[in-house]
Design a protein around this ligand. Structure first.
Ligand code: URA
Length: 306
């Protein structure tokens, strides 16, 4: 039985006593990554029993849960900021930090890690670093950091622009209308969504769905570059002009789409963003032709039925 099992047991007792407390091991792992800062800010506040740091943390946790369950009729699992339902993909097992949590510690945390530090991170360090990131103004308005979705060993990676409202709410990329189209595009390519890796140029939602600025993209880029390095896919599909600009500093998606490019020895295919395809149906034919080039790399062929 480790510290987390003990805390889960303790919370279970609280749940029995007070009602709903939604917590699982992943929330606690994330929570305890910040515990030192929280405990320092809590000053002399110490509970009368148990390990002091743990008691302080538990008070925070259980307090939040009680507030949310008292304040609304929404089930606590859905009301809890940063909560994500368990899902098949590995990324979804790592819930993002909520705005409230990240803002609570923002004034006390050091600046973001340097690109060199990010470049040597493992998956867990990288996830944690992005969840805590305050490297640009987008952190101020985000609900969730949207790290990625899919298979960390994927041979095929998709890179979009940045989270929209649905992604910000759920902490998962490409789950809104454009995401549904992307999922269909992936299926048409004879891949399952869980087989590929999906990320964005920026991990926090630009307010009002505006494009991310150059400095926001630059600030977030080291995280994406490390994700690419760790996944090491065979092919990257860049979705739209922001992805093209953000990763390769190239502009002109109309001209560049359908042409193979290179990122550090990885084949890169730029194509239209699904949100564009939702607005401009006729672009789908071109996008499909681009995706078929990608399929060929994997020995997948689409034959029209006669
Ligand atoms: N558009 C993007 O570029 N990324 C998302 O995650 C969702 C919509």
């Amino acid at each position: 039985m480790d510290i987390f099992d003990e805390i889960i047991q303790c919370l279970q007792n609280e749940k029995d006593q007070y009602g709903n407390v939604f917590i699982n091991r992943d929330h606690l792992t994330e929570f305890f990554a910040n515990v030192a800062v929280r405990t320092a800010s809590a000053g002399a506040a110490r509970a009368s029993s148990g390990t002091p740091a743990i008691r302080t943390s538990l008070s925070c946790l259980s307090g939040n849960r009680r507030e949310s369950s008292a304040a609304s009729s929404v089930p606590p699992s859905a009301a809890m900021p940063g909560h994500q339902e368990p899902a098949a993909s590995p990324e979804r097992r790592h819930p993002a930090v909520s705005n409230t949590e990240s803002q609570a510690v923002s004034s006390q945390r050091p600046g973001p890690p340097s690109p060199e530090e990010v470049a040597s991170m493992d998956w867990n360090q990288l996830r944690q670093a992005t969840f805590r990131c305050h490297g640009c103004r987008l952190c101020e308005t985000r609900t969730n950091v949207v790290f990625a979705d899919g298979n960390e060993h994927a041979e095929l990676m998709f890179i979009g622009e940045g989270p929209g409202a649905d992604e910000d709410a759920q902490g998962v990329p490409f789950v809104g209308k454009a995401g549904q189209l992307l999922t269909k595009m992936i299926a048409a390519m004879q891949f399952k969504r869980e087989e590929v890796y999906i990320a964005n140029i920026v991990k926090c939602r630009p307010p009002g769905n505006r494009n991310p600025t150059d400095d926001e993209m630059a600030s977030c880029l080291p995280y994406l570059l490390r994700q690419i390095e760790l996944v090491r896919p065979k092919v990257i599909v860049l979705l739209g002009s922001v992805a093209l600009k953000g990763l390769l500093n190239r502009s002109g998606i109309m001209r560049m789409r359908g042409h193979w490019l290179d990122y550090r020895g990885i084949m890169v295919m730029p194509t239209f963003h699904p949100a564009y395809l939702l607005r401009y149906e006729a672009g789908k034919k071109d996008a499909w032709s681009d995706l078929q080039q990608v399929m060929k790399v994997f020995g997948k062929v689409y034959r029209k039925p006669h």
